[in-house]
Design a protein around this ligand. Structure first.
Ligand code: SF4
Length: 215
């Protein structure tokens, strides 16, 4: 068991090192750092966001800055820290283009960019980790992991089977929550805490189920 755990961690680290020079899609052209993921690769709970923003690109770490602080707070309210989960994204390089003033502005990754990064890096990482539950943050992550055309407002909080892990569920992205104000902010934040807690409880349930072959 111990050897298996060490092997998983080593394999994820090897994938991370291998991804550093990746130039498989055009997102490499403007990146500072490849943001591969962080946390515990042995965790049964994996959180998948959309992709790095400005702070993540600068630091090489996922979910830093205000969105990361909010995610950490919500995890803590469910009794967890980053070291208890593995956190990654659909794409590993920042998707951004210069605006008319030359300032880099985030944009959603294209379907081609997402598909390339999923095939090369996300899928192999999840194949090593074999999570029991994946929590997708934001519709682009849910579209990639759960199904295309995911409707966040209607389908949020529901578990779906997925080839990437035994169950997947989607919740609001912390960056979206930060754009809300007043009661809308409070309600969106509470929904993220609720979805993290639902995912945590599902891990406990899933651990009691017979093992499934995922890949
Ligand atoms: S986004 Fe992914 S596939 Fe594209 S260059 Fe970066 S690591 Fe490679």
């Amino acid at each position: 068991m111990m050897a298996e755990a060490i092997d998983k961690a080593v394999q994820v680290e090897k994938l991370c090192q291998k991804a550093q020079p990746c130039i498989a899609c055009d997102l490499h052209l403007r990146r500072t750092n490849v943001v591969f993921g962080e946390g515990n690769p042995l965790s049964p709970l994996v959180i998948v966001g959309e992709g790095p923003g400005e702070n993540e690109d600068k630091t090489g770490r996922p979910f830093v800055g205000r969105a990361g602080v909010l995610l950490d707070e919500c995890l803590r309210e469910c009794g967890m820290l980053r070291k208890h989960v593995y956190i990654t994204n659909v794409v590993r390089c920042r998707a951004a283009d210069p605006d008319e003033t030359g300032r880099m502005k985030n944009r959603p990754p294209t379907s081609q960019e997402s598909a390339t990064c999923i095939n090369l890096w996300l899928e192999p990482t999840l194949a090593v980790i074999q999570p029991l539950v994946i929590l997708c943050l934001g519709a682009p992550s849910a579209n990639a992991i759960i199904h295309k055309g995911f409707k966040m407002m209607q389908e949020r909080g529901t578990f779906f089977p997925t080839k990437y892990g035994r169950y997947a569920i989607a919740g609001l992205h912390p960056a979206y929550i930060l754009r809300q104000q007043g009661e809308a902010f409070d309600s969106a934040r509470a929904s993220l805490v609720a979805d993290i807690e639902t995912a945590r409880k599902k891990v406990i349930e899933a651990k009691k189920e017979p093992p499934a072959t995922l890949f």
